[in-house]
Write a protein that binds this ligand. Structure first.
Ligand code: ATP
Length: 264
């Protein structure tokens, strides 16, 4: 690995192994690097270990073997400036939307006027200024997901980890949120590791895509699409071809039956 800090990957997951208790290996020798400012999408079938790898990247669980480092520092506990967005937006119904966004601050100290202004600014950026005083149960699923993204960004995290954050949403709302996320990433230059089952989502969002299967990374590739991404790109022939190539990798990982089904 390079000794020049500018060239060193921001996230370095190095030969990481993890099992829950005495169970089987769930993460089985994974090497993954993410450069600063990169959006790296992690694809894989259900149960292959994606969430566990994300928890390792957050320091929520520690590797049995191998190492995780963020910004050149070995991670030995939950990372201070790492935010996690879960599939279900875990908002507190008794707090207002604004107070939900402020929650990560409130858990550490009393929020000040600057914190409130930052939360209001984030709500504006996700299109929810008019909902600051609402309670989460008054919002749609897409709006709740937007609040969860805004909450993850309070305190300017250096690394954003997202675990299928838009999976429960309808296709059009999901596309809107993908565009919101890309805008926020461009503005902040944040580094992102994004877990999804959805190949088109990974291709649209990612600078790179890694495919995971049975605890291992079986493929990592660059996404050869220009930035900024635009929704019309989804209908360009090159986009479909990229999706097809990734699908092929996933089918090969799933064995000959999946490949035959895909072939028709
Ligand atoms: N806390 C836990 N204790 C024991 N086993 C667990 C625990 N969490 C996950 N597992 C097991 O680890 C394996 C991988 O789970 P993980 O959630 O990492 O997969 P995933 O790829 O994110 O799946 P999905 O796409 O369905 O969310 C599964 O077999 C799961 O049952």
């Amino acid at each position: 690995m390079s000794t020049d800090p500018a060239l060193r990957p921001f996230v370095a997951i190095d030969d990481v192994h993890y099992r829950y208790g005495d169970g089987p290996a769930i993460v089985d020798g994974v090497d993954l690097t993410v450069q600063r400012g990169e959006i790296h999408c992690l694809l894989g079938r259900s149960g292959c270990g994606k969430t566990t790898l994300l928890k390792l990247a957050a320091g929520l669980v520690l590797p049995d073997d191998g190492s995780v480092s963020i910004g050149g520092e070995a991670l030995r506990q939950p990372g201070q400036h790492i935010s996690f967005v879960f599939q279900t937006p875990t908002l507190l119904d008794w707090l207002t939307v604004l107070d939900n966004v402020l929650l990560p601050i409130t858990l550490k100290r009393r929020p000040g006027a600057g914190d409130r202004a930052a939360a209001a600014d984030l709500l504006e950026r996700v299109g929810l200024s008019d909902y600051a005083r609402h309670r989460p149960f008054e919002l749609s699923g897409g709006q709740r997901s937007r609040v969860a993204v805004a909450r993850a960004l309070i305190g300017d995290p250096v690394l954003l980890l997202l675990d299928e954050p838009f999976a429960a949403l309808d296709a059009l709302t999901r596309e809107d949120l993908q565009d919101d996320l890309l805008r926020l990433c461009t503005r902040t230059g944040m580094t992102v590791l994004f877990v999804t089952h959805d190949i088109a989502e990974a291709v649209y969002l990612g600078d790179k895509i890694s495919v995971m299967s049975a605890g291992r990374l079986i493929d990592t590739r660059d996404v050869a699409l220009p930035r900024p991404r635009h929704r019309d790109m989804r209908y360009a022939p090159g986009f479909g071809e990229l999706c097809r190539q990734v699908r092929e990798v996933m089918d090969v990982a799933a064995g000959p039956h999946a490949s035959r089904r895909h072939a028709g």
